[in-house]
Design a protein around this ligand. Sequence first.
Ligand SMILES: NC(=O)c1ccc[n+]([C@@H]2O[C@H](COP(=O)([O-])OP(=O)(O)OC[C@H]3O[C@@H](n4cnc5c(N)ncnc54)[C@H](O)[C@@H]3O)[C@@H](O)[C@H]2O)c1
Ligand SMILES: O=C(O)[C@H](O)COP(=O)(O)O
Length: 525
Amino acid sequence: MTKKILVTEDLVQEGIDSLTEHGYEVDMLIDPTVEELASAIAPYDALIVHPNTVVDSSLLDAAENLKIIGRAGVTVDNIDIEAASERGVIVCNAPNSNVISAAEHTMALLLAAARHIPEASASMHEGQWRRADFMGSELFGKTLAIFGLGRVGGLVAERAAAFGMNLIGHDPYCSPERALHLGVTLYDDMAPVLAQADFITVHLPRTVSTLGMFGADEFAAMKDGVVLVNAARGGIFNMDALADFVAAGKIAAVAVDSFEAEPCTDSPLHEFENAILTPHLSPMTHEAQRRASTQIAEYVEAGLEGGMVATAVNLSPLPPEVFDAIGPYVHACKMMGSMASQILGHTPKSLKVELAGGLADADPAPLLAAVLDGGLSYRRLGAFSAANAESVASQHGISVTTASVRDAGEYASSVRIVADEVEVAATLFGTEHTPRIISLMGYKIDIAPATTSLVFEYVDAPGRIGVIGTILGDAAANITTMQIGTKPEESCALVYMNVEGDVSEAVLDRLRGAIDLRNLWKITL
Ligand SMILES: NC(=O)c1ccc[n+]([C@@H]2O[C@H](COP(=O)([O-])OP(=O)(O)OC[C@H]3O[C@@H](n4cnc5c(N)ncnc54)[C@H](O)[C@@H]3O)[C@@H](O)[C@H]2O)c1
Ligand SMILES: O=C(O)[C@H](O)COP(=O)(O)O
């Protein structure tokens, strides 16, 4: 039967043509209302959208045949990815289609703001000749602060470096190596970045932590005469506060291309001559729109034909034979990824995933994806898939290796991960496939982790457990299970303790003070 694809926003014809040439039936329902889309969606196998079509759980409930959603662009914040994953619907995007256009538009806005180009042009159209009114400043030698050093932020850094700008930035997830490569001095805190910058540009996703990230306090902390650019997502600058600081003259110019609600025909900035406003033009180039159309057509076709979708942002369903071999380990791998990242406290530089025994011949990619998903899901990037795990990991500075060994020791099969210096291994137990940790930091243990666990490492001596038990008992924290591993050659022991009840920082501090600990980690799964 012919597979059906619905397109709900303008798409360059080239992608549509390639889909029809490959035998798909492509229907256009441009800018439908919520009701129109919900009543039309049922027969479609695929849906292709831009940013304005909201794909939420109620639309997905009506989408009985849907297998894949393609976003012809980068950002998938109009799609409920979790709801799609729950229903086994792949979500993919075209992550590199418009990033050059977005970076170039950012440079255009920086230059336009620095040289008053929109106001000067408008005055010429009014028959004026006012050179002295539009005295500008050079970018050369000025400090540009970049918030968000991902794909677009990185391209802006490269371009601004060519203009001779000093680059500083803030991105908690950017590796020092990437910052060094881009020539950006990274700061952990926003304050020193705000205080030094002559120009500030944001290339952040819209998340709970970035919405309103720049408000009155941040604007007040900036240099007088600073220039701001937002060609990323609306809502990152608080527009009312921003308008106050533009009115007061603190902010010399601001350029905004992305608005919280679009289309936007009115905003607190509209009244200011030194506010450059563009209607989400960053991706509006022939090249970007052509790439978005052809790339998304290719990925949607791959998904409909059961192939790996290279840009899937959620877990694509595994073929049954692959799932039988490794499926039960997915949960254990997510758990180990989370555990390792909590022990490490930062994104690892290297990650090794080793499959042993009965898993030795299995494809490690889905388990690698699960480990990364468990370890990095706090980044809200969407889930890793077997298809994108390695490339997304390398984008975040994690070098990944996988290995297989035939000998799983006393177990039928196991998975071991090494994230920088943190080692964890797990096997599955019984018909319920319960994950059990069988090695942690090189200590041999055997325990099914609970929601909250404490892990102690100390120089072994009598009475340690008693002291720990007394402090936890005083804090009304109940020890439910416990395993001790030892390294006699180092006279060290590791205790993995599942606990119920609140173990606060104060209790952890008491534990740290009471015995000579090498390490104490609280792990929440
Ligand atoms: N207007 C356009 O045409 C256009 C095109 C592409 C992307 N975008 C938007 O631009 C933004 C960047 O896109 P991208 O493709 O570079 O995304 P990306 O995911 O490659 O990069 C985003 C970066 O922001 C960082 N980050 C996340 N939260 C942060 C925080 N709280 N503080 C500091 N850094 C944080 C991440 O670590 C990451 O490095 C997104 O909002 C995207 O929606 C707009
Ligand atoms: O996230 C994106 O890809 C940009 O904001 C552009 O979106 P659009 O090209 O779909 O408008």
